[in-house]
Design a protein around this ligand. Structure first.
Ligand code: PAF
Length: 301
């Protein structure tokens, strides 16, 4: 039986390219969808435990019409502008799978996409796109995938597809909890490392670690109101573990600021602040970090 799945990947940046290579290796039919939307071909070399080369079709309208799965790996702030123009070309059975840092990007799109099965995923894999043709798998991690809407609950087979391609991937019926936990970690690490232009490991220094603790304390109050069962100690110790495990890395927001690109702040700290306001929680440390990143963006973009 042919169990290959037709997949279009919207946004072949580092994470999208990584999945493109592994999914094609596992025998699935992959098409890339890029910003310019012009039909073309793309060669990608994957540097990982086993190096491999992959040829992809790009921006193939027929592949988009026929895709079983649209894997959306653009950044949170690009989701709306990248996805809306493609919706008329999709079959209503096409599964939409969102994989990006941050939360809130699809909340306002619900009315446009809710007739599709929708999944969300979070991953800890490290990937670096060196140039247009090389992607490096810099750190092996894992992923969780789960449903965003009732139709998504019927699509657990996507976990198998992903898990066979790049293990391990688990099915999490409460993916929202995993997304909140990842958001909490990103709130604690990303803005500070971007403002101080330091590697993640520097957040373990006592002078700056106090800020990490203050962030976590505010984030924890919001998590409690969102019914995410995580003690403040668990949050702090997970953040500390991530800082240690990624001590030599620059966070994604650090890189965005360094290269003067737009950051994901609105969907990380910005989302946290929206929820804090909704629950009547004051979060001055996070607010100050949010304003500083917005100022940096204003000065450079
Ligand atoms: O955004 C990032 O860079 C990563 O999610 C994390 C966990 C902060 C590690 O750098």
């Amino acid at each position: 039986m042919d169990s290959s799945v037709n997949i279009t990947i919207l946004g072949p940046g580092a994470v999208g390219s990584l999945w493109a290579c592994y999914l094609q290796k596992a025998g699935h039919n992959i098409c890339l969808w890029t910003r310019n939307s012009t039909p073309s071909e793309q060669l990608l070399s994957l540097s990982a435990n086993e190096n491999s080369s992959h040829q992809f079709k790009c921006n193939d309208k027929q592949a988009l019409n026929d895709c079983d799965l649209l894997l959306i790996t653009v950044k949170a702030w690009q989701v709306e502008s990248a996805l809306l123009p493609l919706l008329p070309s999709l079959s209503k059975e096409t599964i939409l799978l969102f994989m990006h840092n941050g939360m809130g990007a699809i909340d306002d799109l619900k009315e446009h996409i809710n007739h599709h099965p929708i999944l969300q995923a979070t991953t800890t894999h490290g990937a670096l796109k060196e140039n247009n043709t090389n992607v490096i798998h810099t750190g092996y991690g894992n992923a969780s995938v789960g449903p965003f809407n009732p139709l998504g609950k019927q699509c657990q087979f996507i976990q198998d597809v992903l898990n066979h391609s790049l293990p391990s991937v688990d099915w999490n019926p409460e993916i929202n909890i995993a997304l909140w936990k990842k958001l909490a970690i990103n709130c604690a690490i990303n803005p500070l490392t971007a403002i101080h232009q330091c590697k993640n490991g520097q957040l373990a220094q006592p002078d700056i670690h106090q800020y990490v603790m203050n962030i976590c304390s505010e984030v924890h109050q919001v998590l409690q109101e969102e019914n995410i069962e995580w003690t403040e100690n668990e949050l702090v110790s997970t953040v500390t573990q991530v800082i240690t495990a990624t001590s030599a890395n620059y966070s994604s927001m650090n890189r965005d600021c360094f290269y003067q690109r737009k950051t994901e702040i609105d969907f990380i700290t910005g989302y946290l602040l929206q929820r804090a306001e909704f629950h009547g929680i004051s979060a001055p440390t996070n607010l100050s970090l949010y304003n500083q990143i917005k100022q940096l963006e204003e000065n450079t973009l």
